[in-house]
Write a protein that binds this ligand. Sequence first.
Ligand SMILES: [Zn+2]
Length: 263
Amino acid sequence: MTDSIDHWELREKIIELCLWMNSSGLNQGTSGNISARYKKSMLITPSGIPYEQLKPTDICKMSLKHNRLEWSGPHKPSSEWHFHRAILQSNAEYGAVVHTHSTYATALSMAGTRIPACHYMIAAFGGHTVRCSKYATFGTPELSKNILKAMRNRSACLMSNHGMVVAGSDLDKAMWGAVELETLSKQYYLASSLNSIDILSKDEIRRVVAKFQNYGPKSKAQTTNIVGAQQVDSVQNNAQSASTSQPSATKKSPNIKLPVSKR
Ligand SMILES: [Zn+2]
């Protein structure tokens, strides 16, 4: 396949987001990885190379048409190539996948807990929960299987004793989702120290999911700014004002203690 300009732009965008992911604190070292769909292939970060040293030619290219470990490029793909490819293969609408060991999402994953509908932003991931996939050793087909199960009708999941993974229609939306999921994880973690949390009803989350059809980053300019909590807050506040007339919490979740595992 002849490389096009789009191909190289995607490689550059992957590196740009890797660098941003670490500078923002969303990820540490080379523990996270990013992939993007390019025609019938997947572009993915290589294994173990510091992001600062990455060049567009270092990004690995793998076919989406089979499950063999074959790639083009000078380095071996990320050890998590298996679940990146499985997620892209599972849904033709996904154009990118972001995986990080972000602090709060990873902390929740250590408790094996799913995130309930403690905030309406959970609807950004397609439903009233973000599940936590069952543990399996990194880089294994079993981990991919567990993740796909946890992501059924969802665009993200926590990964037990590991981190989180988010899919999106493109790189911007996948990274936006990763930021939102880490924020939601932090909020849920902090709120869990209170005596009770109001959990939104499934009906309310269905309404918000419908409103979210045209929500999220729309352009390259917006993505560059996902970093800014200010913009995220602003978007959230606008959405919140628009939804103030909706029914709110309907069910109490008393005395939530994170160590209680609810996958
Ligand atoms: Zn990982």
